[in-house]
Design a protein around this ligand. Structure first.
Ligand code: G16
Length: 552
């Protein structure tokens, strides 16, 4: 206990001298951790360094801390905590994260003691490893130093990976916690694993049918641009990646008019890419954990293949492969309320794959997906991956070793084994997802229009409404219904009932200070009208500020 007291005093002295709490109000734990203006985050980062060590002591495992504000504008920053098997910080710990982030400097010691007591941490002398990574934001180096100081003050051992993508950091954590069974916990190890598997599946025929091995890649002027350069070299022509929006540090252009979030929410072609018709293009976001595809047709009309289209492509393909192997494994798909109604119809009716709907946030999707032998999860914004139960992986590998498989079964089983290695199961990963999509399109011999043809999205729109206090809106039923403010849901239902195939929901964002209004309807005009009508009601009933509804 004497040792604990010394440790807490060090933590407090450090906090007072170097990282005093500078913001009076509280910061809320959002969809993916804390996220706000970078200038307000020094003390939060220091405290997350402290928390990561406590979490590592409880789990007796390596924990990750990623400094990024992902799709947000460059002046923002944030922090994502990564649990031992790559999951986002367990939800029951969000209360501790919130307490430790918001307590006054003089009470910090008490919160730490509460955590130690409630979680039964006995050994405060060990030095658990905390893996730290950051994106390319100019504010990230000093915030990473704050995290590292927090880790040191609490007696942990920081392992600084420098600038990496969020999914790379998740991968390193899992590699370390599985004692390298998942892969080598280095950047080289990451590229080697993905590239080796990709090349094995692709073979020597780089083109196939209508598929050509060239892609236009929008790096959002962030870490996804920096990292894909290494991938490109390793792929050595098996996939030609033409890079755009690759101005990396301090250009002020991160996510600006480009990147996955811009393309998806604005439904527009990003700046910087050649507007040649029918070219297969893709965009990643500011920390490279989201991916969307798109193209312009001969009439310059924009066509989007978002997370739903990626999910259906992957789920449909895995189903086909499984049928070829003869393996009996249950495959399921997890979506959120943002999933286009047409995609859900297609998956359930055509692909006949079961679908679950959960609240926004990878933390919810990942937890549901692990219930299936093979769980595909994707948010419409392009964030997702596939997770395999260990028992399913064992079954696939053991089946491959048996002698009673037909050549077709043997081939499909080997393909599945390699595909598992293309996938970063630890979290949605834009780079790994891109390699997976390219693998599937190559195998099918499809160009991007053939992929698009699977089903037609219902027109949809995402609006933002700025309000005094976004927490006045609370929701239920996987965020599809509003509970408060009183009367809002009734108004939404009344408006939606006027529109054929109309659907709408309203929820507070967990990464930006806004309310999000999602609408879908039979035609684009109706969808736009529905969006504006609902956004006005939200503005009136939820305390809108500034100009009435802003169309993104
Ligand atoms: C984060 C989460 C995603 C979520 C997104 C938007 O993404 O990881 O699961 O969909 O925020 O959340 P919200 O609508 O609550 O603002 P990222 O890529 O920004 O880390």
């Amino acid at each position: 206990m004497a040792n604990n007291n010394n440790r807490c005093r060090t933590v407090y002295a450090f906090a007072r001298e170097m990282y005093p709490k500078t913001v009076k109000g509280d910061i809320a734990y959002g969809t993916a951790g804390f996220r706000t203006r970078a200038i307000d985050l020094d003390y939060v980062m220091y405290r997350m360094g402290l928390l990561a060590v406590l979490r590592a002591r409880v789990k007796r495992a390596v924990i990750g801390v990623m400094i990024t504000a992902s799709h947000n504008p460059e002046p923002d920053n944030g922090v994502k905590l990564v649990d031992p098997m790559g999951e986002m910080l367990e939800q029951s710990w969000e209360k501790w994260a919130t307490k430790i982030a918001n307590v006054t400097d003089d009470k910090l010691e008490h919160v730490i003691n509460d955590i130690i007591k409630e979680c039964g941490i006995e050994n405060m002398n060990d030095r658990p490893e905390i893996v730290v990574g950051k994106d390319t934001r100019p504010s990230s180096p000093s915030l990473a130093k704050a995290v590292i100081d927090g880790v040191l003050a609490m007696g942990g051992k920081p392992i600084d990976y420098g600038i990496v993508t969020t999914p790379q950091l998740h991968y390193f954590v899992v590699c370390k916690n599985t004692h390298r069974a998942y892969g080598e916990p280095t950047e080289e190890g990451y590229y080697r694993k993905l590239i080796t598997a990709f090349k094995k599946v692709r073979g020597n025929e780089f083109n196939n049918g209508n598929y050509t091995n060239s892609i236009m890649y929008d790096g959002a002027n962030g870490v996804g641009a920096k990292k894909v350069k290494y991938l490109k070299e390793g792929l050595a022509g098996s996939l030609n990646i033409a890079m755009y929006n690759d101005e990396i540090i301090g250009s002020g252009k991160l996510n600006y008019l480009c990147g996955a979030d811009f393309v998806k929410s604005q439904q527009k072609f990003p700046t910087g890419l050649p507007q040649t018709p029918n070219l297969r293009c893709c965009s990643v976001d500011g920390d490279a954990d989201r991916l969307v595809y798109y193209y312009l047709d001969e009439n310059k009309k924009f066509h989007l293949m978002d997370g739903d289209k990626i999910a259906t492509l992957i789920a449909g393909y895995l189903k086909e492969i499984l049928e070829k192997t003869g393996l009996k494994l249950n495959l399921g798909l997890v979506q959120t309320a943002y999933a286009n109604g047409a995609s859900t119809d297609y998956i359930t009716k055509e692909l006949k794959v079961p679908v679950a709907c959960v609240a926004t946030g990878v933390k919810h999707l990942h937890h549901k997906a692990v219930e299936y032998d093979i769980g595909v999860y994707f948010e419409a914004n392009g964030h997702g991956t596939v997770v395999f139960k260990q028992s399913a992986k064992d079954k696939i590998k053991n089946t491959y070793q048996t002698n009673n498989l037909s050549p077709e079964q043997k081939d499909a089983t080997l393909r599945l084994i390699n595909i598992i290695d293309i996938i970063n199961e630890t979290v949605g990963d834009a780079i790994s997802d891109m390699l997976l999509v390219e693998t599937i399109l190559h195998d099918k011999g499809w160009d991007i229009r053939q992929w698009e043809a699977a089903y037609t999205d219902l027109p949809n729109k995402l609006l933002k409404v700025t309000v005094q206090d976004r927490t006045v809106v609370t929701t239920t039923d996987a965020e599809r219904k509003c509970v408060t403010p009183k009367g809002l849901q009734e108004e939404i239902d009344r408006i939606v009932s006027k529109y054929p195939k109309g659907r709408c929901f309203v929820r507070p964002s967990g990464t930006e200070d806004v309310l999000r209004v999602y609408t879908e309807a039979a035609t684009k005009e109706e969808c736009d009208k529905l969006g504006i009508e609902v956004a006005k009601v939200v503005y009136d009933l939820a305390g809108g500020i500034g100009n009435p509804p802003l169309v993104e």
